[in-house]
Write a protein that binds this ligand. Structure first.
Ligand code: ACO
Length: 376
């Protein structure tokens, strides 16, 4: 077989079929199972509703939505055993390492499941969606030396997440901002972490293993880690007056500017436009627009100098920061949302599975004879 159809980084390679999410990279459109993210946000859809959509490829009826929300809320709490286990490693590692390890440990508490049984798989998927915000909040509180909080069953997932982090029931605009951020990050076709999850699932490995692969993949600065890197860049720049010089220097040194560029979008990432609005709105509400203004200046300068558009990570950084969230939780928040997409893709992979096993172009030595160590 010919290996001439090689594409570095699998660029433009179609690696499977999926009914979950469509991206039009030229037009800058992101569509979940037929519904544009702009439309979902405009109609105040909840993150729970969007997860249902990703899992079922249908929006729920009111009854189905209420049952789904109820099932999620019932799964939010972490066991005391889990919290104790987390106390032993959370203070010593970064939040993403802690999250990856905690998700892996969650499996030790799961009841025995019927292999590849649809109902069991769906209930594990739901459990993972529910546990993610609780794990991230617990990681935060353990390392701050605070008690881990139980969820408030009356709150939405977005509000519960903010509540479990801070102990304060969020204001309506804070809840709305987090809900929108969760919706916007929930799925993105065959992005690196989702693809990693699908590769793992395609070996018929279990859901926890597939999600653990995904978290490890999300962690990198070229993917989910970029939102934290954006905030570090904003701190480095410090003031609007410094933007031009700092960006110029980085570009001259061939340093990638986090929060810009995308493999698929050749125009503005639609998520960035919505988050830009949210960053401004929450900044104004909190009386702190410094980070929004700084980000906007970075956006302008990077476009002028390099013609690059922002991606989802650019404005999520200032949005989360103004919400009072610590920088190193930005990427874990991505996981709180993307778990919706990961689990949908894993279920889809199981339902129509074939092992994912590509080829490589061999660039090593030609055939040679073995020489024993003493003769080398
Ligand atoms: N800053 C500066 N230059 C950039 C950037 C950037 N952020 N992104 C792309 N470029 C330039 C490259 O230097 C290259 O230019 P050249 O041809 O002159 O050498 C060209 O654009 C193509 O870049 P690649 O890195 O080959 O594009 P690729 O599709 O492989 O990478 C990626 C996409 C990883 C997102 C890249 O744009 C990047 O590193 N961005 C910064 C990190 C980031 O924000 N990641 C988050 C992505 S969104 C997400 O995962 C949630």
């Amino acid at each position: 077989m010919s290996k001439t159809n090689f594409a570095a980084g699998l660029e433009d390679v179609i690696a499977g079929t999926s009914g979950i999410c469509f991206i039009d990279g030229k037009e800058g459109k992101l569509i979940y199972s037929g519904y544009s993210v702009e439309d979902l946000v405009k109609h105040d859809a909840s993150f729970e509703e969007v997860v249902y959509l990703l899992h079922h490829q249908q929006l729920p009826t009111l009854e189905q939505l209420n049952a789904f929300k109820q099932a999620l809320v019932e799964e939010l709490s972490l066991s005391n055993n889990m919290i104790e286990l987390m106390r032993s490693f959370v203070p010593h590692v970064s939040p993403m390492v802690a999250l990856r390890s905690a998700v892996s440990l969650l499996q030790t508490e799961d009841r025995p499941v019927r292999e590849m049984d649809q109902e069991d798989l769906r209930s594990i998927a739901l459990r993972l969606v529910a546990k993610m915000p609780s794990l991230v909040a617990a990681i935060h509180r353990i390392r701050e030396g605070q008690d881990v909080l139980q969820p408030d069953k009356k709150l939405s997932l977005a509000a519960n997440f903010l509540y479990m982090l801070s102990g304060q029931v969020p204001e309506p605009l804070e809840e709305k901002t987090m809900n929108i951020a969760l919706i916007l990050h929930a799925d993105h076709e065959f992005n690196a972490s989702t693809f990693a999850a699908r590769v793992t699932a395609a070996t018929e490995s279990d859901l926890y293993s597939a999600v653990t692969s995904a978290i490890g993949t999300l962690k990198g600065p070229l993917h989910g880690g970029a939102n934290e890197a954006v905030m570090k860049l904003l701190f480095e720049i410090g003031d609007v007056d410094n933007v031009e010089a700092v960006i110029q220097r980085k570009l001259e040194n061939k340093v990638k500017i986090s929060g810009f560029g995308h493999r698929v979008y050749k125009t503005m990432d639609p998520r960035a436009s919505i988050l830009k609005r949210m960053s401004k709105e929450i900044g104004e509400k909190k009386g702190n627009t410094k980070w929004y203004e700084l980000t906007e200046a970075v956006e302008r300068v990077v476009f002028e100098k390099k013609g690059l558009y922002p991606n989802v990570d650019l404005y999520s950084a200032s949005t989360y920061y103004v919400l009072g969230i610590k920088m190193d939780l930005f990427t874990p928040i991505f996981a709180v949302s993307r778990i919706g997409g990961w689990t949908a893709h894993i279920l889809e992979q199981y339902a129509n599975n074939r092992l994912i096993r590509p080829l490589s172009v061999y660039t090593g030595h030609q055939r040679r004879e073995y020489v024993p160590p003493e003769q080398r």
